[in-house]
Design a protein. Sequence first.
Length: 100
Amino acid sequence: MTTHIKVLGTGCANCKITMKLIEEVAAQKGASVQLEKIEDIQAIMGYGVMSTPGVVIDGKVVHAGGVPSRDKIAEWLAGSLGAPQATPASGGCCSGGNCG
């Protein structure tokens, strides 16, 4: 079964790191993922995400703001999503693409 993952963000460093981490953890776990980057601000806001990077798995927002940990990504890939709510994280965001 393929897990569909969208990383929401305008292209800042944290968004790129999030994409890379998801790819690395998926490879380590042997998980089949379809990874997509969403950079359109209107599409991002359509998910209700105001702080990026955001992560959407199989249509559910599971994370917003800051880079998720490898452990958290591994939980997502193992199917331990729990309630489909965004989890705030420290580490800043790139809302508006102004974080370099």
